[in-house]
Design a binder for this molecule. Structure first.
Ligand SMILES: CC(C)(COP(=O)(O)OP(=O)(O)OC[C@H]1O[C@@H](n2cnc3c(N)ncnc32)[C@H](O)[C@@H]1OP(=O)(O)O)[C@@H](O)C(=O)NCCC(=O)NCCS
Length: 281
């Protein structure tokens, strides 16, 4: 999805510059908000299985597909899954990146197994009835599915909880479907789930008299400008170019031919993030 680490958010505890607001917040408010945002990210990261909270997204049966979703963690991926991800990335993205692919591939391999990396996998079962029964239980999804060796992975989304311009967001690092499963609504289904995970309220909205954010502010991602299909897909899903995207941060680069080959897109959950990240769209 992205070309280099530099365009990814730094880390869940890092921070950006932040835009100007009408009223200057007090030091107490700034510290309170920082603490609240960090706590929010900590809570989101602590959830073992985000998918378990959304039973409507355990199964997808449309357009000739019958598939099941399951969650995973970057530092717990079996070797076969790591190989699968590497292969699918190569199939889908090598052509997009051209000569940049070898260096990009190295970065993606590192990102893939990071402890912060969270996954939703799409699995096509060779034994639909058995799996369907298993899926009815809300817990233990990862374990039950690992046992089904004959199931076939046909896509995945890799996401993380990070700070972007002081706004806690869900950042989509990868969204990939095998070619035969593309155009059947699965990408949209996965992004709807990611948006629900991002916009789910956690905890209280007040902390020591200071407003406390109770959900992620937005979903964000990076797309190669040349990836017309993905650009059109995200546009259809109402993603817009973020105020943090290179083309908006430094439009002068466009004029002098130093423009970046990617855009950062976002979709805000709430009005504060909307004004910070989507401003001007
Ligand atoms: C991009 C990708 C994730 C989209 O997932 P998908 O499952 O193929 O897309 P969907 O079938 O869910 O499409 C959802 C909507 O977007 C629209 N859409 C998809 N591709 C489109 C395109 N090229 N142009 C216009 N609309 C498009 C669909 O028509 C659909 O609209 P609808 O809900 O009104 O029918 C998938 O095609 C893919 O894996 N591509 C290769 C890897 C890649 O480029 N990943 C993104 C990296 S940023």
């Amino acid at each position: 999805m992205a070309t280099a680490e530099k365009k990814r958010p730094r880390s869940s505890s890092g921070g950006g510059g932040g835009g100007g607001v009408e009223k200057r917040p007090s030091r107490k408010q700034i510290l309170g908000r920082k603490k609240a945002v960090e706590e929010l990210i900590r809570k989101a990261v602590a959830v073992k299985d985000h998918l378990a909270q959304f039973p409507d997204f355990h199964k997808y049966q449309r357009n000739g597909l019958l598939v099941y979703l399951e969650s995973g963690h970057g530092n717990q991926l079996p070797l076969s899954t790591r190989k699968y991800i590497q292969n699918l990335l190569k199939v889908n993205m090598e052509g997009q990146y051209g000569p940049e692919w070898p260096s990009e591939e190295k970065i993606k391999r590192r990102e893939m197994v990071a402890p912060e990396a969270r996954y939703i996998f799409v699995r096509q079962s060779s034994n639909a009835i058995t799996t369907q029964n298993i899926m009815k239980q809300d817990s233990g999804l990862e374990f039950t599915h690992e046992a089904c060796n004959e199931d076939r992975l046909i896509g995945f989304v890799h996401y993380r909880f990070v700070l972007e311009e002081d706004v806690p967001v869900v950042y989509v690092y990868e969204l990939q479907m095998v070619p035969s499963a593309q155009g059947k609504g699965l990408g949209k289904f996965l992004m709807e789930l990611i948006e629900l995970i991002a916009c789910k309220h956690e905890g209280s909205a007040d902390f020591d008299g200071v407003y406390m954010q109770s959900q992620m502010g937005a979903v964000m991602l990076t797309v190669q400008k040349a990836n017309n299909l993905a650009m059109a897909f995200y546009k259809k899903l109402r993603y817009v170019i973020s105020s943090t995207s290179p083309s908006r941060v430094d439009p002068l680069c466009l004029q002098i031919g130093l423009e970046k080959n990617y855009e950062i897109l976002c979709k805000a959950c709430e009005s504060e993030a909307k004004s910070k990240l989507e401003e001007g769209n």
